[in-house]
Design a protein around this ligand. Structure first.
Ligand code: BEZ
Length: 211
């Protein structure tokens, strides 16, 4: 199943390290990040789960709930969590789905092409409070993801929603932003009292409005 940006993501119920999870109930009115990893007790995955746990307070501040997933069992996840805490300096602080029957992985198209025993790749799905898919990423097994970048993207998505601005290449929180092309100059004057710089009629820069 292909889930496109803007689609409502499918709900699921599956076992996890924190008991049976209903994805929609788990998210409630929050944003969510569902992300998969290839296998427990593997090196890159161990660092990723530690990094995500370390950034959880930042995701909390942005009203974002994390949910990890692989095709390993709850028992294996629980055993591996001890290693994550001991080696990465952060205890696992969000649930890990045990998708042993690959139900969720198939639904979200997260599996690799190993015909005998397909494993999940490094997928990321960022979902807004309406359960709409706002971003998806797929990384290969040997490349760990940058969780600071995932946090940066959440900031960009939330800023677009709240202030009708877009974020330019390499934008960081506090940098100037782009007035959306759908906003007229007249409306922009009212919406951005700090003013905006018309570099080209289609490229108008303004200070980040919520700073
Ligand atoms: C890892 O997490 O290190 C990993 C997992 C599967 C294949 C290669 C690397």
């Amino acid at each position: 199943m292909t889930i496109r940006l803007g689609d409502k993501v499918p709900n699921f119920q599956q076992d996890s390290t924190e008991g049976e999870i209903d994805f929609y109930d788990y998210l409630g009115d929050s944003w969510g990040i569902l992300f998969s990893h290839p296998a427990d007790f593997t090196p890159v995955c161990t660092t990723e789960l530690g990094a995500a746990s370390g950034l959880k307070p930042e995701f909390d501040k942005r009203n974002v709930k994390l949910l990890g997933l692989s095709v390993d069992s709850v028992e294996k996840h629980a055993e591996w969590a001890k290693d994550i805490e001991e080696t990465q300096g952060h205890a696992l602080n969000f649930p890990l789905v045990a998708d042993t029957d690959r139900k969720v992985a198939k639904m979200y198209d997260m599996l690799d092409n190993n015909e005998q025993a397909p494993a999940t790749v490094r997928s990321v799905f960022i979902v807004d409070p309406n359960k709409a898919l706002r971003l998806s990423l797929t990384y290969p097994a040997a490349t760990g993801r940058n969780f600071a970048e995932i946090l940066r993207v959440v900031d960009a998505l939330q800023l677009t929603d709240s202030h009708k601005v877009a974020t330019p290449a390499n934008w960081r929180d506090g940098d100037d932003v782009v007035v959306l092309p759908t906003v007229s100059d007249e409306d922009a004057k009212e919406m951005f009292p700090k003013g905006f710089d018309t570099v080209r009629p289609y490229l108008r820069m303004t200070p980040q409005p919520n700073k």
